[in-house]
Design a protein around this ligand. Structure first.
Ligand SMILES: C=CC1=C(C)c2cc3[nH]c(cc4nc(cc5[nH]c(cc1n2)c(C)c5CCC(=O)O)C(CCC(=O)O)=C4C)c(C)c3C=C
Ligand SMILES: [Fe+2]
Ligand SMILES: [Fe+2]
Length: 340
């Protein structure tokens, strides 16, 4: 395989940067998806409560600045570009710019740790569409492997979790229940990828480094119509149930399914889940996402170096091993119905 690359491309979700961006952004997110318009308007309201600005773009700018510093200090000295699926800078514009700059082949870092249609195949489809729009001379893009079990991701997540645990009074800390939270997806879609398996694996790896806390994997930000089954339990239902059982005083949410504190973290966890906690008498703390944690940034450099060198040493914790570099043809299919 040819290991020569002349750029890094950060591929992400995108988010609105003002009130007028919110509806067109959400229309982009939901194009072709079976999500009721009322749900879209409900989510729009969450964004409007924060002035129509999602922190995700700012956080990606910070990630790129930190990675630029890391690559300048330790190499490889490659320029970093950034393109989104749903909002500016959009992938097509970025690939056009890369072509004009003479970039021929980039390594793609997707801001998703776990394999799902949204986090893997859909980004690859987005890139392909952008390449077709740019036409002859569009750069090739090879995706870096999924990093859910990379030591850098696990160590940074553990560190963030410890910071949140430290907020709980010492005498109650050891009994705190940990809720690992990830974006829910339709069950049919989950059947076409290793999303749940990888989430359980990463949650296990983090929890065993935190001690003996009881822990559970829960889901948030469900969007589908009520009759369509999505991954459960929902985080708010779960906290309500814990409250009814009356045995838990403190919950620490670790948003393991996300790498930055964007709107779904701020609203669905810091606003909604904390509110539910206070209604049922449970104190809820929330760990920060990995964001620009230095270990996470060095992990990205390590993934780049590993791919360029072609080494067999591809660090991964736990039983699943390092994820593939090149996706097989059936990777993260968009399954919309479970065949019976
Ligand atoms: C069918 C699946 C999904 C629907 C419908 C969906 C709607 C939806 N999502 C957002 C905002 C975000 N989603 C993010 C991540 C994310 N979304 C899904 C699936 C659906 N979302 C998955 C599996 C994931 C995780 C993998 C990934 O793509 O990251 C994110 C975070 C993106 C990041 O880079 O961190 C956001 C933000 C909205 C507003 C929405 C519809 C109302
Ligand atoms: Fe989503
Ligand atoms: Fe995949």
């Amino acid at each position: 395989m040819n290991n020569e690359y002349d750029a890094i491309l950060v591929v992400s979700f995108g988010g609105p940067e003002g009130p007028d961006d919110v509806i067109p952004f959400l229309e982009n997110v939901l194009r072709g998806k079976n999500v009721p318009r009322e749900r879209m308007l409900e989510v729009a309201e969450h964004y409007q409560q924060f002035g129509g600005v999602s922190p995700i773009n700012g956080q990606n700018r910070a990630l790129i600045a930190a990675l630029e510093e890391e690559l300048a200090a330790n190499g490889p000295k490659l320029p970093i570009y950034w393109g989104n699926r749903n909002w500016h800078p959009l992938l097509t514009d970025t690939l056009e710019q890369m072509k004009q700059d003479g970039i021929q082949r980039a390594l793609g870092f997707f801001t998703s740790a776990f394999s799902s249609y949204s986090g893997c195949r859909q980004y690859r489809e987005d890139i392909q569409r952008a390449q077709e729009a740019v036409g002859d001379g569009a750069p090739e893009v090879d995706k870096l492997r999924m990093f859910f079990n990379h030591p850098g991701f696990i160590e940074a997540t553990v560190d963030r979790a410890r910071e949140a645990l430290a907020e709980i009074p010492e005498e109650r800390r050891e009994q705190a229940t940990i809720l690992f939270s990830a974006h829910s997806i339709p069950l049919a879609m989950a059947a076409g990828c290793r999303y749940e398996t990888q989430l359980k694996d990463a949650a296990q790896l983090v929890s065993e480094r935190l001690g003996t806390h009881p822990w559970h994997l829960v889901y948030q930000s469900r969007s589908g119509p009520p009759h369509q089954p999505w991954l459960e339990p929902d985080i708010c239902d779960f906290i309500t149930e814990l409250g009814q059982q009356g045995e838990v005083q403190d919950v620490v949410i670790i948003p393991i399914g996300f790498v930055s504190d964007h709107m779904e973290v701020l609203f669905d966890l810091d606003t909604e889940a904390k509110q539910v906690g206070s209604e049922v008498g449970i104190h809820v703390a929330r760990a920060k996402t990995v964001g620009v944690h230095p270990r996470f940034i060095t992990m990205i450099r390590e993934l780049i170096e590993e791919r360029i060198s072609g080494t067999d040493e591809r660090p991964a914790l736990g039983p699943l091993g390092p994820n593939h570099d090149v996706c097989p043809v059936d990777c993260c299919l968009r399954v919309t119905e479970i065949k019976r």
